[in-house]
Structure formats: C-alpha cells, structure tokens
Write a protein that binds this ligand. Structure first.
Ligand SMILES: [Cu+2]
Length: 262
C-alpha cells in the first residue's frame, strides 16, 4: 500500500509534473539543501572512539536501536549515533521523525515536494542526497525564533529505490545566508555543536521568477535513516546516486566555483 503510493509520488517527482498547486514556494530558505562548496569532504567519517555513556545515554541508545530495527544498516547507523556523543538529542529527532518513513505521513504534516524537491540532488564523484521535502511552517518558525528544533526538521530527504519506493534518509535544517555573500559566514548556525555547511549556492532552480534559484544558504544534514559511510552529519552520501533524469541543471553562477555546482 505504502509502496504503491510512494511509487505514484516518485513518478510525479521523476516526471517533473509537480505542479504549481503543490509547490509551497520555497522562496525562503528553503527547502533546500544540498550543499556544495569547498569545505565539504568526502571522507572523515570516523567520529572517533565512543564516549562514556551515562544512564540517560544508554536509554537513548536503546530507544534509537529500536527505531532502527527495520532500517538497512541500522546497527552501523546506531554506532555513529553513539559515537556522536549526542545520543539523547538524536533520539528526540528519531522519536519525532520515525513516522515519516511513510512519506504519506510527511506529506500530510506539511512536508512538500515543492519546486526544490522535484529534483534529486547529487554531486558526481562525491555522493548524493536525494529528494528534499521542505516544511515551511518549521522553516518560518526558526526564522522567527532562531531555534533549530530537534523535533521539527525543516527538510526531510528521501532516496528512491529502483522499484520506485521513497525511503527516508535524512533530517535536515537550513538557514538563508543573511548577506547572500559566499565569502562571509558570520551568521553560520550550528546544531548539537556542529556548524552548518555553507554558505553555498542554491541547489535547484525555483519556479518563481525567470531564472530564479534557491538563495545562498547554510544547511545541516543528519543521515539518521540511511547509513552514510562519510559520516552521520556529512552532507553527501557516497552510497547515494540520483535516478536518471532527476537532477537539476547546473547553477548559472557555478562556473567560477567548481564546488558550487550540482
Ligand atoms: Cu540535502
């Protein structure tokens, strides 16, 4: 049942027929995601030895392992969560997002395959991300409060299996770069002690205005549902590639920066 529905959505996304009526107008931050800029590295996935666990950490890990029971490579993801030293915080993200493994529940809660998400984002030679579904209620809330709420990810990223099933991979948060200048990063946010990636060019074109693109932004990915050998909080997953015909055109400003194109 879920698979059939997912396939239908996947077909819509893949065919680029996500219509204006569905689009939220991810004009703000958006829905964005996909980074690309010089500070990304493909490697560096080893977060080092696991920290000593408190009773609360152990409880969070038990909870997390249960959430990951049906996820491919779940034990490896759980190990990354453990080694991050943020098991309690990430357990909150799992608790809030587990239901979104069913993409229909994400759609029902306001995550939208808007103009930023009809494309699958990848960086050839480095890795991929997938299809991004943005939630404007949560994006706007952060814009008002400055709080990056662990229980309300701005974006959920899905990968598409060969059979067309959309699988939840990432919980992501983002911020529009205030001065829209790639050379300055004085408003870079962080979560769980980890600085956001960026600032980077937008990854996908917008549908508002001719030639419009997502703005320059920062973002942070947490690969909580798909094992990323590069690291739990790295932007690109070397195991992810985009289905043929789903990637966006190159950014018009990407020529001057080899890292700034998808
Ligand atoms: Cu992304």
């Amino acid at each position: 049942m879920v698979v059939r529905k997912n396939r239908r959505l996947a077909n819509v996304i893949a065919s680029g027929l996500v219509g204006a009526g569905v689009m939220l107008g991810l004009s703000g931050m958006a829905g964005a995601s996909a980074p690309d800029h010089g500070t990304h590295r493909a490697g560096g996935g080893d977060p080092g030895p696991a920290p000593a666990q408190s009773a609360a950490d152990a409880k969070a890990m038990k909870e997390t392992r249960a959430y990951l029971a049906g996820v491919p490579d779940g034990p490896r993801i759980a190990l990354q969560v453990l080694k991050s030293g943020k098991a309690r915080e990430l357990a909150r993200v799992y608790r809030a997002t587990l239901k979104y493994r069913d993409i229909d529940k994400a759609l029902a809660d306001g995550y939208s395959p808007g103009p930023n998400t009809m494309y699958c984002v990848e960086k050839p030679g480095v890795g991929g991300m997938g299809f991004h579904l943005g939630n404007h209620t949560y994006i706007d809330e952060t814009a008002r409060t400055g709080v990056y709420d662990l229980e309300h990810p701005h974006i959920l990223v899905y990968t598409r299996t060969p059979s067309g099933r959309m699988e939840l991979a990432v919980a992501e948060w983002g911020k529009i770069d205030e001065d829209q200048n790639l050379a300055t990063d004085d408003d870079r946010p962080s979560m769980l002690g980890m600085p956001f990636e960026g600032p980077m060019l937008g990854h996908v074109p917008m549908t508002h205005g001719p030639g419009g693109w997502m703005p320059i932004h920062f973002d942070k990915h947490f690969w909580l549902y798909k094992y990323n050998p590069a690291g739990l909080a790295k932007p690109w997953n070397p195991r992810v590639t985009c289905p043929a015909g789903t990637t966006p055109p190159p950014h018009p400003d990407a020529g001057a920066n080899a890292h700034a194109s998808h």
